[in-house]
Ligand binder design. Sequence first.
Ligand SMILES: Nc1nc2c(ncn2[C@@H]2O[C@H](COP(=O)(O)OP(=O)(O)O)[C@@H](O)[C@H]2O)c(=O)[nH]1
Ligand SMILES: [Mg+2]
Length: 319
Amino acid sequence: MSRISEHVSLASDQLRSGDTRALSRAISAVENQAPGSVELLKELFPYSGRALTIGITGSPGAGKSTLVDQLARQYRRENRTIGIIAIDPTSAFSGGAILGDRIRMQEHFSDPGIYIRSMATRGALGGLARATANVSLVLDACGRDLVLIETVGVGQDEVDIIRLADMTVVMLVPGMGDDVQSIKAGIMEIADIFVINKSDHEGAERVEREIRALQSLAARGEWIPPVVKTTATSGAGVSELRAVIGDFETHLQKPGLLLDRRARNWELRLIEMLRDNLLDKAREVIPEPELARLAREIAQHLRDPYSVIEQVTEKVSRS
Ligand SMILES: Nc1nc2c(ncn2[C@@H]2O[C@H](COP(=O)(O)OP(=O)(O)O)[C@@H](O)[C@H]2O)c(=O)[nH]1
Ligand SMILES: [Mg+2]
């Protein structure tokens, strides 16, 4: 066994024993694609696949963090351990949401059964979906019973992230122009459960009617996504949400369902990993200054881009 894999094995043993500091270090390593992190992921992979992963998506300020917090408390009462990944685009310009999440982290600090990791959308190395998937795998392999992934429901990145989860909770709020029609169709389609948060505000019934109307048009599968009204700040509706998640968990236990879903997710991820990997290789073959030089030559019509790409891919396949 090489020194690096010996080191990784030690790390993975320590990790799986539930050492929170080791967990933080491992997550940072994986997030930053530090040397040895792929070895660590390989080592951890066989222990993963046990956690239930739940993606929670909704617009900024909808109350995702507040609800995730309530759900985590609920599960802690059932003695289940939680990993939370909060992906926060707002941090890119205000820093506010990350600060809020830090405060939450401190609140749960005394409970090693809840582990919260915030990730900023900006600057995630090698793509946010990849980072989230790998962090989720680490949490899963380290024995977290549930991994809750909180993300904003916009953009392809978010849809990709949500696809990693075993189940998807789509959060809507009354008012705020957050009408059902304005939600990306792709997000509506991936909902396993709808939550109408801020039900203490006026208009929750109207949002519910809109969802129901939309559902009546859609093709009916065996599972019709239920609609749960919550007030995350007071905790109202959280136990109903917990119950509905339980129902979906039971539904997923039908032969092949969870496996099908995960296989579908892996198919997408494999393509993504392949693309990332090949692109990394291509970047090695054709470093940035070289790329800039070629681009300029193409712009000057000194070369054609098709031959350039052919040459690069050939070099990659020989490397
Ligand atoms: N009135 C009301 N406010 C809420 C509710 N849930 C969350 N909030 C508030 O909405 C704001 C944004 O919540 P947060 O959980 O950070 O939203 P996120 O951006 O989706 O994570 C905070 O000030 C919360 O206290 C709710 O059910 N009712
Ligand atoms: Mg949040």
